[in-house]
Design a protein around this ligand. Sequence first.
Ligand SMILES: Cc1ncc(COP(=O)(O)O)c(C=O)c1O
Length: 399
Amino acid sequence: MTDIAYHPTRVRALRESLRALRAAEFPWTADTVYLNNASTGPIPERTRRALDEFTAKRTAPHLLPDRELFAGLAAARLGIAHLLNADPSEIALATNTSFGLHLAARALPLKPGDIVLLSDKEFPANVYPWLMLKKEGITVEVARCGPEGWPDESHLLERLRDPRVRVLAVSFVQFSNGYRADLKKLGAAARANGTYLVVDAIQGIGNSVLDVRETPVDILACGGQKWLLSPWGSGFVYVRKELIQTLEPAITGWMAFEGTDDFSRLTEYNPTFRADARRFEMITLPYQDFVGLTASLGLLLEIAGLAARDRRARHRGGHARGPRAGREVGAGERRAHRVSARGSPSLGDPVRRAAQSRRGVPRDQAGAHRVQLARGRDTPLAARLQYCRGDGEGRRGAG
Ligand SMILES: Cc1ncc(COP(=O)(O)O)c(C=O)c1O
Protein backbone atom coordinates (compact mmCIF):
# COMPACT_ATOMS: atom_id res chain seq x y z
CA MET A 1 0.00 0.00 0.00
CA THR A 2 2.97 2.30 0.35
CA ASP A 3 4.72 1.22 -2.84
CA ILE A 4 6.01 3.58 -5.43
CA ALA A 5 6.43 2.32 -8.94
CA TYR A 6 8.37 4.75 -11.11
CA HIS A 7 11.17 4.40 -13.60
CA PRO A 8 14.44 3.94 -11.65
CA THR A 9 15.94 7.22 -12.95
CA ARG A 10 12.97 9.16 -11.78
CA VAL A 11 12.93 7.36 -8.47
CA ARG A 12 16.57 8.40 -7.98
CA ALA A 13 15.84 12.05 -8.82
CA LEU A 14 12.86 12.10 -6.53
CA ARG A 15 14.86 10.40 -3.82
CA GLU A 16 17.50 13.13 -4.04
CA SER A 17 14.90 15.87 -3.68
CA LEU A 18 13.36 14.12 -0.73
CA ARG A 19 16.74 13.45 0.83
CA ALA A 20 17.54 17.17 0.66
CA LEU A 21 14.16 18.00 2.13
CA ARG A 22 14.68 15.49 4.92
CA ALA A 23 18.13 16.88 5.72
CA ALA A 24 16.69 20.38 5.91
CA GLU A 25 13.55 19.54 7.83
CA PHE A 26 14.65 16.64 10.01
CA PRO A 27 18.43 17.06 10.37
CA TRP A 28 18.55 14.66 13.33
CA THR A 29 17.59 11.78 11.01
CA ALA A 30 21.20 11.78 9.77
CA ASP A 31 22.07 9.54 12.71
CA THR A 32 18.74 8.47 14.13
CA VAL A 33 16.05 6.14 12.88
CA TYR A 34 12.69 7.03 14.34
CA LEU A 35 9.92 4.50 13.98
CA ASN A 36 7.13 5.77 16.15
CA ASN A 37 5.21 8.21 13.99
CA ALA A 38 2.04 6.35 14.87
CA SER A 39 2.49 7.69 18.37
CA THR A 40 4.04 11.12 17.77
CA GLY A 41 5.25 12.54 14.49
CA PRO A 42 8.38 14.71 14.33
CA ILE A 43 8.09 18.48 13.98
CA PRO A 44 9.82 19.75 10.82
CA GLU A 45 12.35 22.54 11.13
CA ARG A 46 10.13 25.00 9.28
CA THR A 47 7.41 24.35 11.84
CA ARG A 48 9.82 24.82 14.72
CA ARG A 49 10.83 28.18 13.22
CA ALA A 50 7.20 29.23 12.78
CA LEU A 51 6.48 28.24 16.39
CA ASP A 52 9.57 30.06 17.69
CA GLU A 53 8.61 33.17 15.77
CA PHE A 54 5.10 33.04 17.12
CA THR A 55 6.29 32.47 20.67
CA ALA A 56 8.67 35.39 20.41
CA LYS A 57 5.74 37.61 19.48
CA ARG A 58 3.59 36.05 22.17
CA THR A 59 5.88 37.43 24.86
CA ALA A 60 4.50 40.87 23.97
CA PRO A 61 0.86 40.31 23.02
CA HIS A 62 0.48 43.64 21.21
CA LEU A 63 2.60 42.04 18.48
CA LEU A 64 -0.20 39.56 17.87
CA PRO A 65 -3.34 41.45 16.94
CA ASP A 66 -6.62 39.55 16.72
CA ARG A 67 -6.68 39.77 12.94
CA GLU A 68 -3.38 37.88 12.81
CA LEU A 69 -4.59 35.23 15.24
CA PHE A 70 -7.75 34.63 13.25
CA ALA A 71 -5.93 34.68 9.92
CA GLY A 72 -3.72 31.94 11.39
CA LEU A 73 -6.78 29.80 12.11
CA ALA A 74 -8.19 30.51 8.65
CA ALA A 75 -4.91 29.38 7.07
CA ALA A 76 -5.06 26.13 9.05
CA ARG A 77 -8.62 25.43 7.89
CA LEU A 78 -7.57 26.12 4.34
CA GLY A 79 -4.54 23.83 4.48
CA ILE A 80 -6.63 21.01 5.94
CA ALA A 81 -9.26 21.54 3.27
CA HIS A 82 -6.55 21.19 0.61
CA LEU A 83 -5.38 17.96 2.09
CA LEU A 84 -8.86 16.41 2.04
CA ASN A 85 -10.20 18.15 -1.08
CA ALA A 86 -12.83 19.62 1.20
CA ASP A 87 -14.11 23.16 1.39
CA PRO A 88 -12.70 25.24 4.28
CA SER A 89 -16.28 25.84 5.41
CA GLU A 90 -16.46 22.10 6.20
CA ILE A 91 -13.54 22.26 8.63
CA ALA A 92 -13.79 22.98 12.35
CA LEU A 93 -10.52 23.24 14.19
CA ALA A 94 -10.23 21.15 17.35
CA THR A 95 -7.59 20.31 19.89
CA ASN A 96 -7.67 16.55 19.42
CA THR A 97 -9.38 13.64 17.69
CA SER A 98 -11.63 12.88 20.64
CA PHE A 99 -13.37 16.23 20.29
CA GLY A 100 -14.63 15.38 16.81
CA LEU A 101 -15.75 11.90 17.79
CA HIS A 102 -17.68 13.25 20.77
CA LEU A 103 -19.14 15.88 18.50
CA ALA A 104 -20.40 13.13 16.20
CA ALA A 105 -21.82 11.09 19.09
CA ARG A 106 -23.63 14.09 20.58
CA ALA A 107 -24.78 15.95 17.48
CA LEU A 108 -25.97 13.18 15.17
CA PRO A 109 -29.73 12.61 15.51
CA LEU A 110 -29.89 9.27 17.34
CA LYS A 111 -32.82 7.91 19.28
CA PRO A 112 -33.45 4.90 21.52
CA GLY A 113 -33.36 1.69 19.51
CA ASP A 114 -30.84 3.02 17.00
CA ILE A 115 -27.64 1.05 16.53
CA VAL A 116 -24.12 2.42 16.45
CA LEU A 117 -21.85 -0.08 14.74
CA LEU A 118 -18.19 -0.28 15.74
CA SER A 119 -15.48 -2.73 14.96
CA ASP A 120 -13.69 -4.41 17.85
CA LYS A 121 -10.10 -3.30 18.64
CA GLU A 122 -10.74 0.30 17.69
CA PHE A 123 -8.67 2.84 19.60
CA PRO A 124 -10.71 3.83 22.69
CA ALA A 125 -11.11 7.44 21.47
CA ASN A 126 -13.55 5.98 18.95
CA VAL A 127 -15.34 3.77 21.47
CA TYR A 128 -16.05 5.70 24.67
CA PRO A 129 -18.05 8.52 23.07
CA TRP A 130 -20.42 5.87 21.67
CA LEU A 131 -20.59 3.78 24.84
CA MET A 132 -21.75 6.91 26.65
CA LEU A 133 -24.89 6.80 24.49
CA LYS A 134 -25.98 3.46 25.91
CA LYS A 135 -27.70 5.05 28.85
CA GLU A 136 -29.87 6.91 26.36
CA GLY A 137 -31.17 3.64 24.95
CA ILE A 138 -28.87 3.50 21.96
CA THR A 139 -27.37 0.12 21.15
CA VAL A 140 -23.65 -0.05 20.57
CA GLU A 141 -22.83 -3.10 18.51
CA VAL A 142 -19.19 -4.13 18.44
CA ALA A 143 -18.44 -6.29 15.41
CA ARG A 144 -15.83 -8.99 15.79
CA CYS A 145 -12.60 -8.62 13.84
CA GLY A 146 -11.67 -11.15 11.17
CA PRO A 147 -9.06 -13.87 11.80
CA GLU A 148 -6.19 -11.46 10.94
CA GLY A 149 -7.37 -9.04 13.61
CA TRP A 150 -8.60 -6.52 11.04
CA PRO A 151 -12.10 -5.08 10.87
CA ASP A 152 -14.30 -7.60 9.11
CA GLU A 153 -15.52 -5.40 6.29
CA SER A 154 -17.76 -8.06 4.75
CA HIS A 155 -19.60 -8.32 8.03
CA LEU A 156 -19.80 -4.53 8.39
CA LEU A 157 -21.18 -4.29 4.85
CA GLU A 158 -23.74 -6.93 5.70
CA ARG A 159 -24.81 -5.03 8.82
CA LEU A 160 -25.13 -1.88 6.74
CA ARG A 161 -28.30 -3.35 5.27
CA ASP A 162 -30.04 -3.01 8.61
CA PRO A 163 -31.96 0.27 8.75
CA ARG A 164 -31.51 0.41 12.53
CA VAL A 165 -27.76 0.89 12.03
CA ARG A 166 -27.62 4.69 12.08
CA VAL A 167 -23.88 5.16 12.57
CA LEU A 168 -20.81 3.25 11.46
CA ALA A 169 -17.74 4.53 13.30
CA VAL A 170 -14.39 3.21 12.07
CA SER A 171 -10.74 4.21 11.93
CA PHE A 172 -9.27 5.10 8.55
CA VAL A 173 -6.18 3.12 9.59
CA GLN A 174 -6.19 0.83 12.62
CA PHE A 175 -3.81 1.92 15.37
CA SER A 176 -2.63 -1.56 16.33
CA ASN A 177 -1.96 -3.22 12.98
CA GLY A 178 -2.08 -0.59 10.23
CA TYR A 179 -5.10 -2.01 8.45
CA ARG A 180 -6.55 0.64 6.17
CA ALA A 181 -10.31 0.52 5.77
CA ASP A 182 -11.95 0.67 2.36
CA LEU A 183 -13.84 3.82 3.19
CA LYS A 184 -15.20 4.20 -0.31
CA LYS A 185 -16.93 0.87 -0.11
CA LEU A 186 -18.12 1.30 3.48
CA GLY A 187 -19.18 4.88 2.77
CA ALA A 188 -21.20 3.89 -0.29
CA ALA A 189 -22.99 1.14 1.64
CA ALA A 190 -23.60 3.48 4.57
CA ARG A 191 -25.01 6.15 2.29
CA ALA A 192 -27.32 3.62 0.62
CA ASN A 193 -28.66 2.60 4.03
CA GLY A 194 -29.01 6.15 5.35
CA THR A 195 -26.25 5.43 7.89
CA TYR A 196 -23.76 8.10 8.98
CA LEU A 197 -20.12 7.22 8.43
CA VAL A 198 -17.88 8.63 11.17
CA VAL A 199 -14.13 8.23 10.76
CA ASP A 200 -11.28 8.43 13.24
CA ALA A 201 -8.63 9.48 10.75
CA ILE A 202 -5.60 10.25 12.91
CA GLN A 203 -3.63 7.16 11.85
CA GLY A 204 -4.27 7.73 8.14
CA ILE A 205 -4.33 11.40 7.19
CA GLY A 206 -0.82 12.46 6.21
CA ASN A 207 0.36 9.02 5.11
CA SER A 208 -2.62 7.99 2.96
CA VAL A 209 -4.88 9.90 0.64
CA LEU A 210 -8.46 10.60 1.52
CA ASP A 211 -10.52 12.70 -0.86
CA VAL A 212 -13.84 13.56 0.73
CA ARG A 213 -15.36 14.43 -2.63
CA GLU A 214 -14.84 10.82 -3.68
CA THR A 215 -15.35 9.11 -0.35
CA PRO A 216 -18.73 9.43 1.32
CA VAL A 217 -17.63 10.35 4.84
CA ASP A 218 -20.01 12.33 7.04
CA ILE A 219 -17.81 13.31 9.97
CA LEU A 220 -14.07 12.81 10.19
CA ALA A 221 -11.94 13.57 13.24
CA CYS A 222 -8.19 13.94 13.24
CA GLY A 223 -5.43 15.13 15.56
CA GLY A 224 -2.31 16.71 14.11
CA GLN A 225 0.33 15.18 16.35
CA LYS A 226 1.07 12.02 14.39
CA TRP A 227 1.21 11.88 10.58
CA LEU A 228 0.51 15.58 10.15
CA LEU A 229 3.81 16.32 11.92
CA SER A 230 2.13 19.01 13.95
CA PRO A 231 2.01 20.20 17.54
CA TRP A 232 -0.06 18.52 20.19
CA GLY A 233 -3.22 20.55 20.53
CA SER A 234 -3.82 20.88 16.80
CA GLY A 235 -6.54 18.86 15.13
CA PHE A 236 -9.77 19.20 13.22
CA VAL A 237 -13.18 17.83 12.40
CA TYR A 238 -14.50 17.62 8.87
CA VAL A 239 -18.29 17.76 8.64
CA ARG A 240 -19.89 17.15 5.27
CA LYS A 241 -21.35 20.36 3.92
CA GLU A 242 -24.94 19.12 3.59
CA LEU A 243 -24.89 17.96 7.19
CA ILE A 244 -23.54 21.07 8.92
CA GLN A 245 -26.72 23.04 9.22
CA THR A 246 -28.70 20.02 10.35
CA LEU A 247 -26.43 19.51 13.36
CA GLU A 248 -26.17 21.57 16.49
CA PRO A 249 -23.20 21.29 18.81
CA ALA A 250 -24.12 19.92 22.22
CA ILE A 251 -21.61 22.26 23.83
CA THR A 252 -20.86 25.58 22.23
CA GLY A 253 -17.99 27.99 21.93
CA TRP A 254 -18.74 31.69 22.19
CA MET A 255 -17.79 32.26 18.55
CA ALA A 256 -20.06 29.49 17.26
CA PHE A 257 -22.73 32.09 16.55
CA GLU A 258 -23.37 34.55 13.76
CA GLY A 259 -22.08 38.05 14.33
CA THR A 260 -19.40 37.15 16.87
CA ASP A 261 -16.59 38.22 14.56
CA ASP A 262 -17.60 41.74 15.50
CA PHE A 263 -16.39 42.03 19.08
CA SER A 264 -18.33 45.25 19.60
CA ARG A 265 -21.58 43.21 19.34
CA LEU A 266 -20.69 40.26 21.53
CA THR A 267 -23.30 41.02 24.16
CA GLU A 268 -26.12 40.96 21.64
CA TYR A 269 -25.99 37.17 22.16
CA ASN A 270 -27.15 36.34 18.66
CA PRO A 271 -28.69 32.86 18.99
CA THR A 272 -28.11 31.82 15.36
CA PHE A 273 -25.36 29.28 14.82
CA ARG A 274 -22.84 30.01 12.09
CA ALA A 275 -23.76 28.39 8.81
CA ASP A 276 -20.37 26.70 8.43
CA ALA A 277 -18.43 24.18 10.50
CA ARG A 278 -17.10 26.91 12.76
CA ARG A 279 -20.33 26.40 14.71
CA PHE A 280 -18.56 23.36 16.16
CA GLU A 281 -15.36 25.15 17.20
CA MET A 282 -14.48 25.82 20.81
CA ILE A 283 -12.80 29.17 20.75
CA THR A 284 -10.30 30.04 22.27
CA LEU A 285 -8.08 27.63 20.34
CA PRO A 286 -4.32 27.22 20.70
CA TYR A 287 -3.32 29.68 17.99
CA GLN A 288 0.35 28.72 18.17
CA ASP A 289 -0.40 25.06 17.51
CA PHE A 290 -2.39 25.89 14.41
CA VAL A 291 0.38 28.13 13.10
CA GLY A 292 2.56 25.04 13.51
CA LEU A 293 0.02 22.81 11.79
CA THR A 294 -0.16 25.15 8.80
CA ALA A 295 3.61 25.12 8.44
CA SER A 296 3.69 21.32 8.57
CA LEU A 297 0.88 21.03 6.05
CA GLY A 298 3.02 23.23 3.81
CA LEU A 299 5.75 20.59 3.94
CA LEU A 300 3.33 17.77 3.17
CA LEU A 301 1.88 19.73 0.27
CA GLU A 302 5.38 20.47 -0.97
CA ILE A 303 6.23 16.78 -0.98
CA ALA A 304 3.02 16.07 -2.84
CA GLY A 305 4.00 18.87 -5.24
CA LEU A 306 7.31 17.12 -5.97
CA ALA A 307 5.35 14.04 -6.92
CA ALA A 308 3.04 16.09 -9.10
CA ARG A 309 5.99 17.70 -10.91
CA ASP A 310 7.57 14.31 -11.44
CA ARG A 311 4.33 12.97 -12.79
CA ARG A 312 3.95 15.91 -15.18
CA ALA A 313 7.52 15.44 -16.41
CA ARG A 314 6.79 11.78 -16.95
CA HIS A 315 3.71 12.56 -18.96
CA ARG A 316 5.44 15.27 -21.01
CA GLY A 317 8.28 12.91 -21.89
CA GLY A 318 5.84 10.16 -22.78
CA HIS A 319 7.90 8.02 -20.48
CA ALA A 320 6.99 4.39 -20.50
CA ARG A 321 6.08 3.21 -17.02
CA GLY A 322 9.08 1.54 -15.56
CA PRO A 323 9.21 -1.80 -13.88
CA ARG A 324 6.82 -1.83 -11.02
CA ALA A 325 7.87 -2.45 -7.51
CA GLY A 326 5.64 -4.10 -5.00
CA ARG A 327 1.98 -4.66 -5.55
CA GLU A 328 -0.02 -3.49 -8.53
CA VAL A 329 -1.81 -0.26 -7.85
CA GLY A 330 -5.27 0.11 -9.35
CA ALA A 331 -5.84 2.75 -12.01
CA GLY A 332 -8.22 4.63 -9.75
CA GLU A 333 -5.61 4.76 -7.04
CA ARG A 334 -2.93 6.08 -9.37
CA ARG A 335 -4.97 8.97 -10.61
CA ALA A 336 -3.63 12.28 -9.47
CA HIS A 337 -6.13 14.91 -8.45
CA ARG A 338 -4.46 18.24 -8.53
CA VAL A 339 -5.86 21.11 -6.60
CA SER A 340 -4.06 24.29 -7.43
CA ALA A 341 -4.52 26.99 -4.85
CA ARG A 342 -3.77 29.52 -7.59
CA GLY A 343 -6.48 28.20 -9.81
CA SER A 344 -9.03 27.67 -7.11
CA PRO A 345 -10.59 30.90 -5.90
CA SER A 346 -12.49 29.25 -3.09
CA LEU A 347 -9.42 27.59 -1.64
CA GLY A 348 -6.50 29.76 -2.69
CA ASP A 349 -7.71 33.28 -2.28
CA PRO A 350 -7.98 33.77 1.47
CA VAL A 351 -4.41 32.69 2.08
CA ARG A 352 -3.11 34.70 -0.84
CA ARG A 353 -5.10 37.77 0.15
CA ALA A 354 -3.84 37.55 3.70
CA ALA A 355 -0.26 37.25 2.45
CA GLN A 356 -0.65 40.06 -0.02
CA SER A 357 -2.05 42.36 2.58
CA ARG A 358 1.05 41.60 4.68
CA ARG A 359 -1.00 40.66 7.67
CA GLY A 360 -2.27 37.40 8.87
CA VAL A 361 -0.43 34.62 7.15
CA PRO A 362 3.34 34.99 6.80
CA ARG A 363 4.59 35.01 3.23
CA ASP A 364 6.40 31.69 3.46
CA GLN A 365 3.23 29.96 4.63
CA ALA A 366 1.22 31.47 1.83
CA GLY A 367 3.89 30.24 -0.57
CA ALA A 368 3.53 26.78 0.79
CA HIS A 369 -0.11 26.81 -0.16
CA ARG A 370 0.73 27.61 -3.74
CA VAL A 371 2.31 24.25 -4.35
CA GLN A 372 0.09 21.78 -6.07
CA LEU A 373 -1.45 19.02 -4.12
CA ALA A 374 -1.34 15.72 -5.87
CA ARG A 375 -3.50 12.93 -4.68
CA GLY A 376 -2.77 9.29 -5.32
CA ARG A 377 -1.80 6.43 -3.12
CA ASP A 378 1.53 6.10 -4.91
CA THR A 379 2.80 9.56 -4.04
CA PRO A 380 6.21 9.72 -2.43
CA LEU A 381 4.46 11.13 0.60
CA ALA A 382 2.87 7.77 1.16
CA ALA A 383 6.00 5.98 0.05
CA ARG A 384 8.55 7.73 2.20
CA LEU A 385 6.74 7.71 5.47
CA GLN A 386 6.67 4.46 7.30
CA TYR A 387 3.83 2.92 9.07
CA CYS A 388 4.96 2.12 12.51
CA ARG A 389 2.53 0.72 14.95
CA GLY A 390 2.39 0.83 18.66
CA ASP A 391 3.39 -2.81 18.72
CA GLY A 392 6.68 -1.91 17.06
CA GLU A 393 5.89 -3.56 13.75
CA GLY A 394 6.69 -1.36 10.80
CA ARG A 395 6.26 -1.67 7.07
CA ARG A 396 8.64 0.15 4.81
CA GLY A 397 7.54 1.61 1.53
CA ALA A 398 9.64 0.98 -1.53
CA GLY A 399 10.47 4.67 -1.95
C1 LIG B 1 -6.85 5.68 16.16
C2 LIG B 1 -6.53 6.73 17.19
N1 LIG B 1 -7.46 7.61 17.52
C3 LIG B 1 -7.23 8.60 18.40
C4 LIG B 1 -5.99 8.72 19.02
C5 LIG B 1 -5.72 9.85 19.93
O1 LIG B 1 -6.85 10.64 20.18
P1 LIG B 1 -6.67 12.13 20.68
O2 LIG B 1 -6.14 12.94 19.52
O3 LIG B 1 -8.04 12.56 21.08
O4 LIG B 1 -5.72 12.11 21.82
C6 LIG B 1 -4.98 7.78 18.72
C7 LIG B 1 -3.64 7.78 19.33
O5 LIG B 1 -3.24 8.47 20.20
C8 LIG B 1 -5.27 6.78 17.77
O6 LIG B 1 -4.33 5.89 17.41
